[in-house]
Structures are given as structure tokens and as C-alpha cells.
Design a protein around this ligand. Sequence first.
Ligand SMILES: [Zn+2]
Length: 234
Amino acid sequence: MSWAICPDANLITQAYGCTPILSEWADASCKSGRFHSGIDLGRTDGGWNLYRKPVYATRAGQVVKVGAATLAGYQVDTRVVLYFGDQSVTIRADDGHFTMYGHLDWANCSVGARVKIGDPIGLVGTKGNSTAPHLHVEVRSDGPYQPGPQPTVDPSSYLNPLPNTQEAEMLILDTGTAAKWLLDGGQILDIDSGATLQALQGAGVKTITVTQGFIDTNRRKGTQGAVSGTLTVT
Ligand SMILES: [Zn+2]
């Protein structure tokens, strides 16, 4: 499972809602006494593999806050700075909701900027109340970020799941065999020597999104190498 908001993430490390984790907001309405006000995205192979990976806007809107410094003018609380570090981005989405991206290592947008869905807004980090790199996504209907658990909205529908997307690794064998895409689940898609992108599309591959490395669809048999990317198959 992966999401357009952060394609390199593949795991929800903490869901939205009541939680036993003591570092989250106190909330008497939870039996556990604590409430996680957003969704945390990480990786199955560890958060550091997500460090400084790109984060994309999940809704079109306007950037209303970047970093702790711009908390002035809103409710300022030391906990906010500690919790989300000095790089968080809040976007007032066109649907009226406020989407906040927390613990970023770096924000590459500025207050007032207009963003579209899919615009890069920063890099995953571990600033603030965080033990490892992850993305905290939080959505509010009432206004920009304020400390505390309520009133927040379950951000599940804001992650923009990437449908039919599989992590894939291209293995280029050095034994004279054709390059192959080895898909999760064991499915293998052959790429003949000299195959073009069009040929791949003809084989059922709709789009290819490279999240790291590169894909050279014109590699010849016998060459060595391994790259990783994301395949969207029909
Ligand atoms: Zn969180």
C-alpha cells in the first residue's frame, strides 16, 4: 500500500484515534486516555529509509503556515513546536479543511503560495516529538493547527491511495536473460532486450513512476544493474 501524499511510505505506523501511546494528546473520552490526532506514515523496513523522501500536497489550496515561526498569529503553544518541530506545513484546502504535514525535515513552500494536488511541499523528517522519520498528516475542519486532539478529522481520505500500485524491482540479469520486473506477489513481467516504453504499455503497464533510481527500458540483455521504482499496472 502506498499513497500519493508520500509514495515512499508503505505503512501506517499509527492510526487516527484513541491510542495507548503516552506521548499523544490527553483525551478523557478515550478509554486509553490518549488520542492521536492524525495518521503517521512510515515504512516496513524502517523510518530512516523514508528520511528526506518527498511529501506532496494531498489537496489543492493555499499554504497558511510553514514552520514554527509562522505560528505567531495563531495559537502558540510550546508543545506545538516540540511536537511537530520547526518544519510543518499547513494548507487550507479548497474544500475548507486544513491539512497539516508534520515532522518535516525541510519545507519547500512558503506562506501564501498556491499549491495543486501533487505539488512537492517538503521532505520527510523527524523533527519535534518523533523517534524516527515519519509523516504526520492531520486534518482539521475548524481552522489551522491548534494543540490538542479535537476537533480533528480522520485523514484517511486525504492520503490519496495509489490504486493497483506495486513496489517493483527491476532485475537485470547478467546471464544473458532478458530484464525482468519482479513484482510483489511473484508476478514477473518480461522486458525484452530493447523494449520500449510503448511495448511495456502494450504489455499492460499503464504508467511507470520512478520513485528512486531510474528505469532504462532500452537496456540490453546481459547488462548488470538493479533499480527500484513503482509500476502501476492495469
Ligand atoms: Zn502522528
